[in-house]
Design a binder for this molecule. Sequence first.
Ligand code: DAH
Length: 342
Amino acid sequence: MLSQLEELRERALHDLEAATTVESLEQWRLAYLGRRGQLTTVLRGLGQLSPEERPAVGRVANTIKNALEQAYEERAETLRQAALAEELERGALDVRLPGRPQRLGYLHPSTQTLREIYAIFAQMGFQVLRSGEVEDDATNFQLLNLPPDHPARDMWSTFYLNQPGLLLRTHTSPGQIHAMRRFHPEPIRVILPGKCYRYEQVTQRHEFQFYQVEGLAIGYNITMADLKGTLVHFARQMFGAERRLRFRPSYFPFTEPSAEADMDCIICEGQGCPLCKYTGWLEILGCGMVHPTVLRNGGYDPDVYSGFAFGMGPERITMLKHGIADIRSFFANDLRFLQQFG
Ligand code: DAH
């Protein structure tokens, strides 16, 4: 029995040497140490031995069992290390290769234009002030010299909220009231940017949502010449040093006099082309001298103060600058459009 055990030990260790894969190692374990393995079978046979023989054989059998288990563990560890080394070798990471660049996002074309506008007006001392997209009727209309039922309200198709008196601002002009009431009696130079909404059929030239940038300057002895100088500087910074502006008389309830500013066409330089509809001019914004009633509503005495205001659409500015035909592109979220501005 003892020699049988010894022989089993030698055979097992010999076989173990041959186990070079995880699978063959497992087969070896089953063959020797498993529930039906050879050593287990021997151990079970101990019961048949005489009580005198049993302790000695049992001891040897246990020693062998421990030795085989330990040999198994060592072999398994060797195989694990080998597998790891091989895997590292195979998928070797060559740190000398340059990494894959992370693609950075970029700003929406409207945002890019907005920031250009802020920067240009910042040169002239205008700071940015924001107010909410939900506005009350008083601030969006009445305080801007548009009483209820005033026919000029037709210029702004409006989204009204369920709560009476509230609406989505149709323009950034209510920001003028917020600015005046906040800074009164100090002189003011602000840019009022933000989203506006109108209840309109969406077409190539109209969106129900769009940005506006309003400008407001209030102080002593501010004249139309200041308005013109400011806007000419803006147009030349934005569209090129050779740009010219033309001021056409117009009507807005919150300015008097009011004007619309046209810029000589950037494509044909005034010769006439499809972009300017053969007029040579591109309309870029509305403007005027702040109406006395509006000044008063903001807390400024029109006999002491004067001011100018203007309002422009950054989408329109962007369309002119980049020859974009359809304003809907700005909000369609089509990457083929957006990625051109990356
Ligand atoms: N709020 C006007 C609009 O949405 C644009 C405008 C015109 C703003 C003249 C002004 C202004 O500040 O003076 O159509």
